[in-house]
Design a binder for this molecule. Sequence first.
Ligand SMILES: CC1=C(/C=C/C(C)=C/C=C/C(C)=C/C=C/C=C(C)/C=C/C=C(C)/C=C/C2=C(C)CCCC2(C)C)C(C)(C)CCC1
Ligand SMILES: [Fe+2]
Length: 526
Amino acid sequence: METIFSRNKEEHPEPIRAEVQGHLPTWLQGVLLRNGPGMHTIGDTKYNHWFDGLALLHSFTFKNGEVYYRSKYLRSDTYNCNIEANRIVVSEFGTMAYPDPCKNIFAKAFSYLSHTIPEFTDNCLINIMKSGDDYYATSETNFIRKIDPQTLETLEKVDYSKYVAVNLATSHPHYDSAGNILNMGTSIVDKGRTKYLLFKIPSSVPEKEKKKSCFKHMEVVCSIPSRSLLQPSYYHSFGITENYIVFIEQPFKLDIVKLATAYIRGVNWASCLAFHKEDKTWFHFVDRKTKKEVSTKFYTDAMVLYHHINAYEEDGHVVFDIIAYKDNSLYDMFYLKKLNKDFEENNKLTSIPTCKRFVVPLQYDKDAEVGSNLVKLPTSATAVKEKDGSIYCQPEILCEGIELPRVNYDYNGKKYKYVYATEVQWSPVPTKIAKLNVQTKEILHWGEEHCWPSEPIFVPSPGAREEDEGVVLTCVVVSEPNKAPFLLILDAKTFKELGRATVNVEMHLDLHGVFIPQNDLEDETE
Ligand SMILES: CC1=C(/C=C/C(C)=C/C=C/C(C)=C/C=C/C=C(C)/C=C/C=C(C)/C=C/C2=C(C)CCCC2(C)C)C(C)(C)CCC1
Ligand SMILES: [Fe+2]
């Protein structure tokens, strides 16, 4: 049986006026733009994994008290090739396609090591990135696709690897105060080395080079060598503070030899990713000014993480919050064969997402005794000096059962209080959204029966003085047949409903998105 996850969704490219109930703040003007998989069956072929589905963009436009919905499939080369062939012809992470008439996939699988044919999928289904006045749909390959945030039209394809030597890049970049993008990517066996690169995409180009794109000015800020040439870690995001980049090298690793032979062995790329529970998780801190890595070795036990929440510095420590797991059951849970009609009972995580705070003393007393805890902040997180000079860190648990975290981005890299996230227990069903105060551990919730809310996005009100002054937006898919989905608008402070905008369409479950204030859209049309 087709479930909410696997049913193909129709696109609605023309704006549909939503039915608004309640009172939306008059200042809330702009577009909420989100991305996620919308099509999992093409002709007689089916993707194996939910994260493989073709990218479906959707948006809610707030204009003078009214709300308009639209959705449109990203017209990636992957989409076009698949639709034309009426079957899946381009491989995704969880689905290997045979053969690929768009490109000889044999050549692909073998030559990515030498960067000659990096033609991987451009089905950018995970997130939306802002670059200057432009917006891009992103995934984790070297390709991103420019989109029009108002019409959802697909524009040009950008290949990161033309500008910096990366094979993979995260879909969770950071932005500095000038709007420049900071992102990380992995460079696999390039000139005999495998490394993690931090790269910068400037938000604008010098006046005399106006015709050139920002990507031509992309630069590598620094690199962190991978502990292993043929087994780099997988990572989905990273953290930044005012002075440091926080990168976690987890024992959830890609096996390059297995990847290179996956096609001939008839397996998907995901099977080349493995969790090594006997290994350690290494923390890396790179000074943003000197571009040098802090030389002390900091580590914790084996874990799997996808999302960093936030990070900041306090009294010589770096504090960072993440959502971590004890194993890699999250990826496995989203195989479509497991998302069948009984999935709520039969498809369980074996490790619950846990919000953990690590407190790492970058400036500590070098004469401290072996075995002593070097953390000087009031927290139960510890960092213990070992005989060999390395430091073993253990976290403070902030809460359990939240994922898809977001913060007020004005507080990114700074000491902060609030995380907004979806609540999940052991199954792939988001039952509620939550606002967690990381300082007091108090939680506010919003939930309604049969409602599956998406990643909540915080939008500050104009001139906001407090961290939680604004609204929280979440798309709510209703699991009961014949009930329409809606966009929910909550007061961020109280977590009480301000209003909802209902649209009578079948909405897809999505992953991530952005809110674009009206002013930024106007800049664009100028
Ligand atoms: C280029 C290249 C390649 C390829 C790659 C690819 C193709 C990738 C893709 C990737 C991807 C594509 C990824 C994705 C990811 C995602 C994620 C990581 C997500 C997460 C999520 C979550 C966390 C969830 C949540 C939720 C929901 C959504 C609902 C329900 C509830 C919950 C909350 C659970 C290879 C390696 C071969 C080699 C080298 C080069
Ligand atoms: Fe993500």
